[in-house]
Design a protein. Sequence first.
Length: 309
Amino acid sequence: MGRMQTALALIDIDAGTVTATHLESAQFPVEDLAIHRGEGIFETVLVTVDATGAALVHSRETHFTRFEQSAAMLDLPEPPRELFEEAVAAVIAAVIGTFDGNVTEFAVRYAMSRGLDSHADPAAHRTVGIPHGPRGWAFPIGLSDDQRAQRTRGVRVVTLNRGYDAYVGESAPWLLIGAKTLSYAVNQSAARHAVAQGADEALFVSNDGIVLEGPTSNLVIQRGDTLLTPDPRAGLLHGTTQRAVFAGAAASGLTVEYADLTIDDVVEADAAWLVSSVRTAVPVLEVDGKALPHAPASTSRLHEWIRAA
Ligand code: PLP
C-alpha cells in the first residue's frame, strides 16, 4: 500500500484519547510489554469500499466481541469500544483520502497492549507524552496481487504437529488457546516450515491427530451438502470468516457442522478451503502432496457469503 497520511491511530486507554499520526514516523516505546513479551491482542478486519465511497468493515461485531474475549483471557482491561471504533474510522478515512477514493479493498489491524513493563519509569515516559497503562493502535494493511490471486488459484498445504493434544485448552487456560494474542512467532515459524517444504501454507494438526487450523486461517471442508470445520474447543481460534461462511451456507440450505476431523477426512473431502478475514476463502489444492478436487463454483459461493457478512 502506498504512502499513508496520518494512517496510524494511537489510543491512550486510561486518558480516553485517540491521536491520528503518521504510520512511518510513529514511535512505540520499546519497554511496552507487547514488544518483548507479545503481551497484547489484535484483530484484522477486511474493509471494502463501494462505488459511492462508503466503507464497510466486514464482521465488525464478531471481531470486536472476539477482541473483548481475548482481553478477558489475558486479564487485560475491557477494550473501550468507542475509542477503537474512532481509531478504525480514522484509519479508513486516511486510506480513502490518500487514494482519493481509488481503493476498493484493504485491511485494518487494531491491537491493544498491557502497557509498559514494570521496569519502565512511568514518569520519564510521561514527560515525552507516552502513557504508562494499556494502549491501543490501528493501522492499514494493503492486499498484494498475489493474495488476491490465491482466492481463485488456491494453495498447497502441508500438515504440521501443533505440539499439543486436542481440547487441552479446556484444562489449561493459561495456554490462551483461542485468544488472538500478539504472540505469533510460532505461527510465523510454521508458515516458513511449510514454505521450506515446498508448500504455500501450513495446516496444524494436534498431537493426537485432530486437524486444527492454519497459522492465520481456519479450515472448512465440503462433504456432499455439508460444510464442516474443526471444533474451536479442540484448540484453535474461532474465526469470524468461518462463521460468515456457515451463516451463508445455512441460509442456502446446506448443513453445517463443527467436528473432529482427521487428515484423511480432509484429503477425502469434496473440496476444502482456508478462510480468514483478509484472504477470504482460498481453495486447498493439495494436502501433503495429495490432490483435492477443485470446486470453483463452491469457492465463488463462499466468496459471496463472506462479502455479505
Ligand atoms: N486462526 C488463526 C490462528 C488466525 O490468526 C486467524 C486470523 O488471522 C484465523 C484463524 C481466521 O480468523 P478470521 O476469520 O476471524 O480472520
